[in-house]
Design a protein. Structure first.
Length: 81
């Protein structure tokens, strides 16, 4: 079971779970692209639909990602509660 302070990949969130983005890792071009879309350190996201592709809620928007893109985003559960 995940603890509230454990960092996990974004793709491990279940539908309805909220978390805070802690870090975005990967190749510079991918990290830059994800940050342009709003996946920056400290933002709160909510998993709408897990899987590949997945849908997350971010700042009133819904974003869709492939599994290889979201695996490089580490989040902290419970940070948004």
């Amino acid at each position: 079971m995940d603890t509230p302070h454990e960092l996990i990949p974004l793709d491990q969130l279940l539908a309805g779970q909220a978390a805070r983005v802690e870090t975005v890792l990967g190749l510079p071009d991918l990290v830059h692209r994800l940050k342009e879309l709003g996946l920056r350190d400290g933002v709160v996201i909510k998993m709408i639909q897990p899987g590949s592709p997945c849908i997350i809620g971010l700042a009133g928007q819904r974003l869709c990602f492939r599994a290889d893109e979201i695996a490089s985003v580490l989040v902290k559960l419970g940070a948004a509660a």
